[in-house]
Design a binder for this molecule. Structure first.
Ligand code: PMP
Length: 389
């Protein structure tokens, strides 16, 4: 029976179900906005953790294993509150690794509980501190890693719990000098604790080059003219862009929230100036205020900007019009796609847009009228989207 598993739709474990997501034609959207193009969405909430980030969770862990950066019993630590945490946690659970995630206090309790449900430990850190402070979520992740390295062996779940509780106490009680000392002490690197760091990890874009992009290529028979994607770490657009551009002349278009640096840098603003002009926005998962290693903007032909209101209106509209309950970055990507196709008079082409995660993550935000109104957003979505028609 085992040889026939995949043919029968049976998998040996949950990790094998990552990827191979569907492309879905958005006919109602095409009609409503009068698009003269075929528009397809790559719907990534079909992944077991509910987002595109399961793909990099799998690749970053398997890459680390291949390169000897982790061995059996290792602890995987990542400063993240989002989809990458879920991806890493579920792959780690399946493969028997322990996980610790550090996240700022402002992140919702649901996110913490979700990671804990998958067996992870979570450490909360103050929100308003700079990344270089010893109690930032980046540095706290390093402190946990150093304490495990110091043991020079694999540790048990109970030992990890003690380390996590100790570090959480140092953070809560603002014992910054003790944290600093842990960070500064010279310890030998061991394969018993590892921080994948999605912003610097080459397996992030590689995951999309080898899986997301290849799937799009095969699903469209190579007949794709435009690819639209939001940019967070840039892993998605860089991996897909590289693969598709090696095969044909295709336009790769990024979608960026107003307040992020990518659109400014792409248009020639210096990085220093762009960082100065960066400001907060509410759409989650896309845009940055730094330039990660994982993005190659040379592969991106153009960047469209979208504001929170436009992203949220389109996210809500998409759920009602197509029955696709996706997250805010999907609405942003779709808004950017339609805006670009219309403004540039594109007709008769095939476009693919990436929908990174599920709307279930945002039921209490984007899909909650009260939350929207309290932040001054219009909840009459059609009114907001009128300008695109
Ligand atoms: N949307 C969501 C919801 C995400 O979590 C992410 C990942 N940060 C992205 C879009 C962007 O993907 P990438 O990091 O590959 O650019």
């Amino acid at each position: 029976m085992e040889e026939n598993y995949t043919k029968m739709g049976i998998y040996d474990d949950i990790v094998q179900t990552i990827g191979n997501t569907p492309l879905v034609r958005l006919r109602k959207i095409e009609r409503y906005f009068g698009l003269k193009n075929e528009l397809y969405a790559k719907v990534e909430f079909f992944n077991p953790g509910g987002s595109i980030k399961d793909r990099i969770g799998k690749y970053m862990i398997e890459g680390a294993k291949k390169e000897g950066k982790i061995v059996e019993g290792a602890v995987i630590i990542e400063p993240t509150s989002g989809n990458t945490g879920v991806g890493l946690a579920l792959v780690a659970a399946d493969e028997g690794y322990l996980t610790v995630f550090t996240m700022p206090d402002k992140m919702s309790i649901e996110k913490e509980l979700l990671l804990k449900a998958l067996g992870a430990f979570v450490i909360r850190t103050p929100t308003a501190v700079s990344p270089s402070d010893p109690n930032s979520y980046y540095k706290v992740a390093e402190a946990v890693r150093n304490l495990i390295w110091k043991k020079e062996r694999a540790i048990s779940r109970e030992e990890l719990r003690e380390i996590v509780e100790y570090v959480q106490r140092l953070v809560r009680e603002e014992r910054l000098e003790e944290l600093e000392a842990i960070l500064e002490e010279k310890v030998e690197e061991t394969p018993y604790a590892y921080i994948p760091n999605q912003y610097f990890n080459k397996y992030n874009p590689i995951a999309h080059y080898e899986t997301t992009a290849r799937e799009i290529w095969e699903q469209t028979n190579g007949e794709v003219d435009y690819l639209f994607a939001g940019i967070g770490t840039g892993g998605t657009i860089t991996g897909i862009g590289r693969y598709l551009k090696e095969r044909k002349d295709i336009k790769i278009i990024g979608v960026d929230p107003i307040g992020s640096i990518y659109n400014l840098v792409k248009k020639g603003t210096s990085l220093e100036e762009a960082v100065k002009r960066a400001h907060p926005y509410l759409v989650e998962g896309i845009g940055e205020d730094l330039l990660p290693d994982t993005v190659d903007l040379n592969l991106v032909d153009d960047i469209v900007v979208v504001n929170d209101q436009q992203a949220f209106a389109m996210t809500r509209f998409l759920a009602r019009k197509e029955g696709i309950l996706a997250g805010g970055s999907s609405g942003a990507a779709l808004y950017g796609t339609i805006k670009y196709l219309k403004e540039n008079g594109v007709e008769g082409k095939k476009a693919v847009v990436i929908f990174p995660d599920t709307g279930r993550n945002y039921l209490t935000k984007i899909f909650n009228d009260k939350w929207m109104l309290e932040r001054g957003f219009e909840i009459d979505d059609e009114k907001v989207l009128e300008v695109l028609k």
